[in-house]
Design a protein around this ligand. Structure first.
Ligand SMILES: *[C@@H]1O[C@H](CO)[C@@H](O)[C@H](O)[C@H]1NC(C)=O
Ligand SMILES: *[C@@H]1O[C@H](CO)[C@@H](O)[C@H](O)[C@H]1NC(C)=O
Ligand SMILES: *[C@@H]1O[C@H](CO)[C@@H](O)[C@H](O)[C@H]1NC(C)=O
Length: 436
């Protein structure tokens, strides 16, 4: 079964929707929020326009190994305490941002979406090492502090309470593999589109170190206790979806849809798997990969879900290109190379680049899950060199260290797909949608 029928439906929807709004307009009047690429035209961060798209992707993808290692460290109840020092803040993340308001009256922040984190956090006034846009708690009429004795505090990764007496809920967290921050858990209203979530618990950052902390904070869309879904309960009924715009669509935005209303009615779904050791992560049951008509022969242990080791496959919005455990990647690549005329060369993280004129014979890559066969559109499996003369298989091997038991399905492979996370029914839906 493929996704052609739903894709037709969505092209229809898209045409009616696209005429109504300009790409960088303010969010529409319901829970449908725009998602823009941090390097895109609609990004508030005014990044230098990259001279070539492939170099941008390669630059962003060079941070993936750290991201994958970081994801491997997200083990339950692990308390990390890392030194914090003032750092020069630069944009150094390959990610998508969404426009939200915090406090009353609402203060506008462009927060990075992260499906593998639970907590939200924003830089607060006085933050050491943060950029100039900070949240000012003392100008918000709905701001409140959260004492260490509150249950939310013990749910924060890396929390630390004073050994005696009460006090603020402090925490230090690492992020992205090379950065860290220290923050205090506070609560205030969070406005998403027209929805107001009162008393939302999130981190107010006082110091950052490293270059990977999103400049205006992060909205955790994971599945653990402090995530957006957990804190909004009945408002969104444990359902959200996003469509990430193409990396190449400099001007355009995708969307984040919160709650069951407006989600695709006919969408193929596959069960979500729960790993108690990594409660934030969205594990799926990747059972095989086909290249063209060939089901790639692989040792099942590289696909197996194993809660005791954390092994398996996750969907992640913060990794740029899909990473497979090395033997698995090598098997996919070798099959791909059999079906495309060589010679093959490397470009950054990509080791299977070939003359772009042979693209017409490049096989389709399909990810198999129970209930869903995801045939990657060519744009999601190949990437072109800046001159256009080369096409490369846009995937890579995960870093081959001891912790690397994860396969990560990343942004580039999720472009122009609607990915629906339904925690109530413990499933993920995937449908083609041209969202940019
Ligand atoms: C966070 O790190 C800083 C700097 O090392 C330290 O002063 C502070 O106590 C730490 N806070 C927590 C909650 O661990
Ligand atoms: C809020 O706090 C910041 C620094 O923490 C201070 O500069 C500012 O004057 C305060 N604003 C008000 C309205 O108190
Ligand atoms: C993954 O799917 C396969 C095939 O449907 C099934 O046999 C296996 O039990 C599933 N694994 C998990 C962890 O659900």
């Amino acid at each position: 079964m493929d996704l052609t029928i739903s894709s037709l439906l969505f092209f229809g929807l898209l045409i009616s929707g696209a005429l109504a709004t300009s790409p960088c307009a303010s969010p529409s009047d319901d829970s449908d929020l725009s998602i823009v690429h941090i390097y895109g035209k609609c990004s508030p961060f005014n990044p230098p326009k990259p001279e070539s798209w492939v170099n941008t992707v390669l630059d962003m993808a060079s941070k993936d190994p750290e991201r994958v290692e970081y994801l491997s460290t997200l083990v339950a109840q692990k308390t990390t305490s890392v030194p914090i020092a003032p750092g020069q803040q630069t944009i150094n993340i390959g990610n998508y941002v969404v426009r939200v308001k915090i406090g009353t009256p609402g203060q506008l922040m462009y927060m990075v979406l992260d499906t593998s984190n639970d907590e939200a956090w924003v830089p607060c006034s006085g933050c050491v090492g943060c950029s100039t846009t900070t949240f000012l708690p003392n100008t918000s009429s709905t701001y409140g502090s959260l004492d260490c004795s509150m249950p939310q505090c013990t749910q924060v990764r890396g929390f630390q309470c004073p050994t005696t007496g009460s006090g603020g809920c402090f925490f230090n967290q690492s992020y992205g593999g090379d950065s860290s921050f220290s923050a205090t858990l506070i609560k205030d209203s969070l406005t998403l589109g027209t929805d107001v979530v009162p008393n939302y618990a999130f981190g107010c950052i006082s110091a950052v170190s490293g270059k990977s902390i999103p400049p205006q904070g992060l909205l955790g869309l994971g599945r653990g206790p402090l995530s957006l879904l957990s804190q909004t309960g009945s408002l969104y009924s444990g359902v959200f979806s996003y469509c990430l715009p193409s990396f190449r669509s400099y001007y355009f935005s995708g969307s984040l849809k919160l709650g069951p209303v407006g989600q695709p009615k006919s969408i193929r779904t596959t069960p979500l798997l729960r790993n108690p050791r990594r409660p934030s992560l969205y594990y799926v049951n990747l059972t095989g990969i086909s290249v063209g008509r060939v089901l790639v022969p692989v040792d099942p242990k590289f696909l197996a879900f194993d809660p005791s080791t954390g092994a398996g496959t996750i969907m992640d919005s913060g990794t740029v290109i899909t990473r497979f455990m090395e033997p698995l990647y090598n098997a996919i690549r070798d099959e791909f190379r059999k079906q495309v005329p060589g010679p093959f060369s490397s470009l950054g993280a990509f080791d299977t680049c070939f003359t772009a004129s042979n693209e017409a014979v490049a096989p389709v890559v399909t990810f198999h899950f129970p209930g869903v066969d995801l045939k990657l559109p060519l744009e999601n499996s190949l990437i072109h060199s800046s001159s256009g003369s080369l096409a490369c298989l846009a995937m890579a091997a995960a870093p081959s260290n001891v912790n690397s038991v994860l396969n990560v399905i990343a942004n580039l492979q999720q472009q122009n797909l609607r990915i629906m996370y339904d925690l109530t029914n413990s499933r993920i839906g995937i449908a083609r949608e041209l969202c940019n």
